[in-house]
Write a protein that binds this ligand. Structure first.
Ligand code: F6R
Length: 266
């Protein structure tokens, strides 16, 4: 894992946006397949990417995007649907084709069939080049709650009490939060070629410590990312507070910046 401990969310957004820019550049004219998350963690990154699009010409014109998850029971236009969230906070403000921004259909008559077809659609697009992730305070990624199979696929999942409580801030009351979601599985997420996870604030400190330093276990689903060969983790000081080896990660980053790898000399 490449671990960045940054001063604040804005500094983190620069690092994550650089990862997007690199992925777009590597994909070239055929366009990148982006995996997008909702929630508060990626918003500073989306804001920075919108700025780079407007001011620096960063283009998403040939890209496609797949969302991680969607609440079951909320139609696409619902003001708390993730379909709507990603458009308002990101994709309507860049030059990606709206039809190329795909999310699981939370209003599907048969959510189980919808889940199965979602993995197929990602595969048909050639797989995800870059997946951005947040992390729940209980260690979930997407809606893979503790106890999720480490090789799970996109499926219908029940939300835990702690996730419903965390997400109730977006709803009038906790009883309005849907109790189920369609979520990419941990196995689905691991198929992305590059993953960048971002977290800020003390409420994420325990989950971040487990993600980086804990044993791989479905108790903390994000720990499965330790198995992935290309993961960038970007956290602020508060979210890094429970890391035992934070100084080592800072030292490693500093060494890399001061001694960039010159491939012509290797
Ligand atoms: C959102 C998602 C969730 C969030 C996580 C953190 O698409 O899949 O796993 O990333 O719940 O949420 P925030 O960023 O709001 O703290």
């Amino acid at each position: 894992m490449e671990i960045h401990i940054v001063a604040d969310a804005e500094a983190g957004a620069q690092v994550v946006a650089d990862t997007f820019a690199r992925t777009l550049q590597e994909a070239g004219p055929s366009g990148a397949v982006l995996g997008l998350a909702t929630g508060s963690s990626p918003v500073p990154t989306y804001t920075e990417l919108i700025r780079r699009h407007r001011e620096e010409g960063l283009s998403f014109a040939d890209s496609r995007a797949f969302l991680l998850d969607e609440y079951v029971g909320l139609p696409a236009g619902h003001d708390q649907s993730y379909h709507r969230f990603i458009r308002e906070n990101f994709t309507e403000q860049i030059d990606i084709d709206d039809a190329a921004v795909v999310s699981p259909n939370g209003a599907a008559a048969d959510p189980i069939a919808e889940a199965a077809s979602y993995d197929r659609r990602i595969a048909e697009a050639g797989g995800v080049d870059l997946q951005i992730l947040g992390i729940g305070s209980n260690g979930h990624i997407a809606f893979n709650e503790p106890g999720s199979s480490l090789n799970s696929r996109t499926r219908v999942v029940g939300l835990t009490r702690s996730t419903i409580t965390d997400n109730s801030r977006y709803f009038d009351s906790p009883v309005d939060v849907p109790v189920r979601a369609l979520s990419q599985g941990l196995g689905t997420i691991l198929e992305a070629r590059r993953i960048v996870l971002t977290a800020t604030g003390a409420s994420k400190a325990a989950a971040v410590a487990q993600l980086i330093e804990g044993a791989i276990s479905s108790r903390w689903p994000a720990t499965v990312l330790q198995l992935h060969p290309d993961v960038v983790v970007v956290v602020d000081e508060a979210a890094a507070a429970e890391l035992q080896l934070a100084d080592d990660y800072r030292y490693a980053r500093r060494l890399e910046i001061e001694n960039p790898l010159d491939v012509t000399q290797v």
